[in-house]
Design a protein. Structure first.
Length: 197
């Protein structure tokens, strides 16, 4: 039986729901917003590649190595991005939150903070994870800043770690939050959600 089971996570401004093809139209519009697919240092699908990307993420779910989600903006009830529990290690109760992207118009809106709060709470408090990882391209400063704002610590850089679809080699920045750090990380994320803007 794959671990973890699909789950719906609901917050005040965002919901994280199991990904399926019903999200295809919303996500095609989302990836076109800001032409995110043109970013050279990340792998955001093109609008016409969304259906294939959904299938690609759903395939490993059957083996227990990936659990993909659509990120829903509660105000519009539209899918505005994707995220995934991935590199799942049920034996050692570890996983990565990754392959995350949001349409340009909702970036820096608080959706990512609440999305990560929901996913991390589920990982540490329901799944009893001992560690949650985040990985990103060394050059993706926006992603690295966001991961660091969550309270994750840099474990190191995996140099020439992956061959990207454009043929370049990716240096991967690896971050993690461990179970003992979760109470402070959670308190900070809740403060970030509640503080005046």
């Amino acid at each position: 039986m794959p671990w973890p089971d699909p789950v719906l996570l609901h917050g005040a401004i965002v919901s994280v729901v199991p990904l399926d093809q019903s999200h295809c139209d919303d996500l095609a519009k989302a990836t076109a917003d800001g032409e995110l697919f043109k970013l050279w240092y990340t792998n955001v699908p093109t609008p016409d590649g969304i259906a294939d990307e959904i299938d690609r993420r759903l395939g490993p779910q059957a083996t227990g190595s990936m659990l993909p989600f659509a990120i829903i903006d509660n105000a519009s009830n539209k899918a505005v991005g994707m995220t995934t529990y991935m590199d799942i290690d049920a034996t050692h109760k570890r996983l990565e939150i990754g392959s995350t992207w949001y349409r340009k118009s909702v970036q820096r809106s608080g959706l990512n903070t609440e999305c990560k709060l929901l996913m991390l709470t589920h990982a540490f408090e329901v799944l009893d994870c001992i560690a949650v990882e985040f990985r990103t391209h060394f050059m993706n400063r926006q992603s690295r800043n966001g991961i660091e704002r969550l309270g994750a610590k840099l474990d190191g850089i995996l140099r020439s770690h992956r061959v990207m679809k454009n043929g370049m080699l990716r240096d991967t920045a690896v971050y993690s939050i461990i179970a003992g750090e979760w109470p402070a990380v959670k308190a900070n994320l809740m403060w970030e959600m509640e503080k005046p803007r």
